[in-house]
Write a protein that binds this ligand. Sequence first.
Ligand SMILES: Nc1ncnc2c1ncn2[C@@H]1O[C@H](COP(=O)(O)OP(=O)(O)O)[C@@H](O)[C@H]1O
Ligand SMILES: [Mg+2]
Length: 352
Amino acid sequence: MIEIQAVSQRFDGPSGPVDAIRDVSISIRKGEVFGIIGRSGAGKSTLVRTLNLLNRPTSGHIILDGQDMTSLNAESLRKARRHIGMIFQHFNLLSSRTVYGNIALPLELAGAGKAEIDRKVRQLLQLVDLTALADRYPAQISGGQKQRVGIARALANDPKVLLSDEATSALDPETTKSILDLLKKINQELGLTIVLITHQMEVIKMICDRMAVMEAGELIEHGSVLDVFRAPQHPVTRAMIGDVISQDLPKGVLQRVRARLAQTREGEGQDHLLRLAFTGTEVEEPLLSEVVRRFGLDFNILHGQIDEIQGQAFGSLAILATGNKDEIEQAKAFMRSRGVTVEELNHVIAVD
Ligand SMILES: Nc1ncnc2c1ncn2[C@@H]1O[C@H](COP(=O)(O)OP(=O)(O)O)[C@@H](O)[C@H]1O
Ligand SMILES: [Mg+2]
């Protein structure tokens, strides 16, 4: 559906060239929600701008539905871009136009007739549940409602793909969820392919099928969301998943854990923060008590969560285990032999 082939993007910065993207290749399938995550400055926005050729890549190709976007002249590119919808963090609505007028704009630009525009806008208003607010101006609606307008506008020309660059980053958690639910509904009902850029793992977890992680312009990891959450390979990915845990821990608990882990680093303590990940619904209590019996460890459960990822139950537990190095290593091997992914998060949580 979308082939990003060996794309690199170099900018001339004030202090020399900046390689915003280095040799990134990703293959996005028709009908999936594909997430691209990375920290600030990783190159996500540059990549998404390259996807619709707002940036022409320094090298590499973007193939959309069999068409090499990088080879098109300006006129063909303008046409091809109509097949790409885009939504943004700050919505980018025209303040002088009503909700209706904002959604109608791309249809007007494409030269649609008045009746056709009206039919389409009404249909979109219904899809995003804004019929009652059609005559309001952007200043008179909430952030979540503005993003719904943004989504309706992006869908006006029946795109083949919807690009979302941090579309929920300016919204509170509850509104974020309602927008992600809407995107999922659109993905399922219209079969629309969605490429979603975010710096939040929560967002990826909620609606993506597959994902890629970017760091310093490079693609460092990709795969199904379930596989990446179960067994993240790259330290940056592990750190991002670990961040979700430290954000959820009460401040006092986090401080105490950090103090204990700092001792371990200095060779005095014996504390290890382990993240256990498993599929299936059973909480791994029996396994943990067996670990305690067999290896003489002591542990505290700090954080536990059962999520649904791509329709599968997925659990994670963060435990603070206390024991000597051998005991910890044996316990880790034993849990792994029972199909649980175990990673050590000391380095992730220990730093502020
Ligand atoms: N037009 C540009 N000119 C020079 N440098 C740029 C330009 N656009 C982005 N960059 C640089 O490229 C890197 C990646 O930026 P960006 O794609 O915005 O990251 P992200 O969206 O992941 O936060 C940053 O170092 C940024 O400063
Ligand atoms: Mg960005």
